[in-house]
Write a protein that binds this ligand. Structure first.
Ligand SMILES: [Zn+2]
Length: 368
């Protein structure tokens, strides 16, 4: 009796999530000290490499993807600015103010960072992966069409959005950016464009970098109603961010009905980030990313912006778990509740008020 093995060779479970890491970012390093330094993402990537078993075959760590070309950048940035960055780096770079430094290799690192964001959006758009996480630096969300700023050289997510719009037929994209700082570069780039809807949740910029991203900035011309700025009070935490998710992000998403949802994640809204004084915990990151994944129909591209604290690797793992629908596996060993006994009610009330302001100013565009 010949027993033939009719069992189909069991397909190895293929990845559903790719982490895209631009290894060459290490050449973009400060001359002195800066919170935005290579350690930020090398630590996260090393952590993921050490967790390969835990992450399993569903998660792919990927370092090979093409850098953005100048043509890709030109969909967002002015030629003069791109030329300036290239030639300034060739001449050795230097510090240019607005917290931004250029190393000799910065131009190449920045092209790769933008390339990582492009690949992240492209893979989700084509259905190659359900989830992607562009673990890239330098970050991008403060960069405008014609200038750098706040550690950012090129606006990675904007370049990526134009890439999928131009080459993959994507029409409408919604971006939710919850870095502690306003996504002012992204806002400026798409300010008059109804095909990209930006919701930025950030610390009230009145006395905080970048000094714009106010509730009344809702877009211009055809873009009116497609920029949503939510000013979060100092100390805002999980409860406040999730309230914004339910009261603003969800209804706006449902009415805008984008082809693609992108999250710009900054780990600097975490309570451990001393220069921002916000109050999110990993649970908040988990819940927000889970909510965004569900909203996007279990499809989401995440792009890294800021975040400078020692929790970054575990927060990165948290957002990966959240996208995959795995349980939240990490809890901070600090009892933050006891450290803020009186603050929460006040912060909660201010947030309620801020949400109301956003809803009032946008009520000609959305039903809340
Ligand atoms: Zn930030």
């Amino acid at each position: 009796v010949v027993i033939t093995d009719v069992m189909p060779s069991s397909p190895r479970s293929s990845p559903v999530l790719s982490i895209l890491y631009n290894e060459n970012h290490v050449i973009h390093k400060p001359f002195g000290t800066s919170p935005e330094n290579p350690e930020r993402t090398t630590r996260i990537f090393r952590y993921f490499q050490g967790k390969k078993e835990v992450l399993g075959e569903e998660v792919e760590l990927r370092v090979d993807f093409p850098p953005a070309t100048v043509e890709d950048l030109l969909r967002v940035h002015q030629k003069e600015y791109i030329d300036f960055v290239r030639s300034y780096c060739l001449r050795g770079g230097g510090f240019l103010g607005d917290s931004t430094y250029f190393a000799p290799g910065t131009f190449d690192a920045a092209l790769s960072a933008a390339g990582g964001a492009m690949k992240a959006l492209e893979m989700v758009v084509t259905g190659t992966r359900r989830f992607t996480f562009a673990l890239i630096r330098p970050p991008g969300h403060h960069a405008k069409a014609d200038t750098y700023g706040g550690f950012c050289i090129f606006n990675n997510v904007a370049v990526a959005i134009r890439h999928v719009q131009e080459n993959f037929g994507v029409e409408k994209v919604m971006v939710v950016d919850w870095d502690a700082h306003a996504a002012n570069g992204t806002m400026r780039i798409f300010y008059e464009d109804p095909t990209v809807l930006l919701v930025s949740l950030h610390k009230d910029p009145k006395e905080f970098y970048p000094g714009e991203g106010f509730v009344h900035q809702i877009g211009r011309g055809k873009g009116r109603g497609y920029t949503v700025n939510v000013e979060m009070p100092e100390g805002a935490g999980d409860r406040e961010y999730l309230m914004v998710f339910e009261d603003i992000i969800r209804p706006v998403y449902e009415q805008y009905s984008p082809d693609l949802l992108v999250g710009c994640v900054g780990f600097d809204a975490h309570f451990s980030e001393e220069m921002t004084h916000m109050g999110m915990t990993s649970q908040g990151y988990y819940d927000l990313v889970r909510g965004l994944s569900e909203l996007g129909g279990e499809r989401l591209a995440l792009v890294l912006e800021g975040g400078y604290n020692w929790y970054n690797p575990r927060l990165a793992h948290t957002v990966v778990n959240a996208m995959l629908g795995r349980p939240h596996s990490f809890k901070e060993d600090v009892d933050i509740l006891s450290s803020s006994v009186t603050r929460p009610e006040k912060v909660y009330k201010i947030t309620r008020q801020k949400i109301k302001e956003v809803q009032d100013i946008l009520d000609q565009f959305y039903r809340f």
